[in-house]
Design a protein around this ligand. Sequence first.
Ligand code: SMG
Ligand code: MG
Length: 370
Amino acid sequence: MKLEGVELRRVRMPLVGRFETSFGAELDRDILLVRIVSDTGEGWGECVAMNDPLYSAEYVDGAQQVLERHLLPRVFALPDATAEAANAAMAQVKGHPMAKGAVEMAVLDAELRAAGVSLAEHLGAVRDRVPCGVSVGIQPDPDTLLREVARYVEQGYVRVKLKIAPGWDVEPVLAVRDHFGAELLLQVDANCGYRPEDVPRLLELDDADLLLIEQPFPEDDLDTHVELARRSRTPVCLDESITSASVARHAIAVGACSVVNIKSGRVGGLLESRRIHDLCAEAGVPVWCGGMLETGIGRAANVALAALPNCTLPGDTSASSRYWDPDLITEPFELQDGMLPVPTGGGLGVEVDAERLAEVTASVTWCPAG
Ligand code: SMG
Ligand code: MG
């Protein structure tokens, strides 16, 4: 495939509701979309970097700059742009996995669209629909939380993840467990919000019979995750810490986690995600697909990933309506009995809604390959 150029498009979309985590609150998103244009057609990628560098070091303005100055020129120099070749060309640049992942997604989408092969099939998916969880932000008080959770349970979500932070943990989590009973699949996510001295507090969450606790401590502190994993009945899952397949292998080897959250943007792409999936499978560690409040474009990639064999826990692959009204794609993802269908069309298998796209576009930058 010969690239003609890449369009970097910034879209501003309000979330349907405020989403609060241990590091801050999101009300709207400033999203960077990558559209590659090649001799065989086009391909779309979504960069999951947030407005501010609070989830990880990346943020959307920085992602756009590193793409324009450092990543795209390397990809444009390739005589034949494949996803593997693009990854190899970008590898010389340190870090910036979300920016790199967006390019890889767009190149893969173009390649697979031209070949008429779905991303799910290409990755080795074994399911045609995936069970869906929902991530519920920090609420003003436990009553509001119970109402929020009830709303999602009524919509059919099969698993609920509660965001926790110091001051918003044991009490609200036990309130949800008490109210919804033992059958509710429940887990929590702290987004690095705790410190080593909080281990005793987190051990109290064992009473809530959680599926897992996600990333309680800072991303570079594997030791405290090891300590909690040793002392707790609740399985420890890593998100922010898992930045590559080699880090995943190490984290598992030292006992820092027994479950892994896979996000393609966090690890630099879908192909690295597949490697993490495979090594976790070999190690007997279940994985699930995380989310970064994606539009339907990135969501399509997540749903394909969630259809892999070792994705045995429900992911944060909620319906389009969880975040958007409306989404950017012509056929939004809708829950059917708590499941989402895995797209079967070529590449990502979704079509961008041109009208909606025009409505939310804040800027367009064309980067020519020549
Ligand atoms: O896409 O439903 C989604 C978001 C799920 O909680 C979610 N993501 O740490 O797992 C996580 C967070 C990261 C984004 S917080 C702004
Ligand atoms: Mg997380």
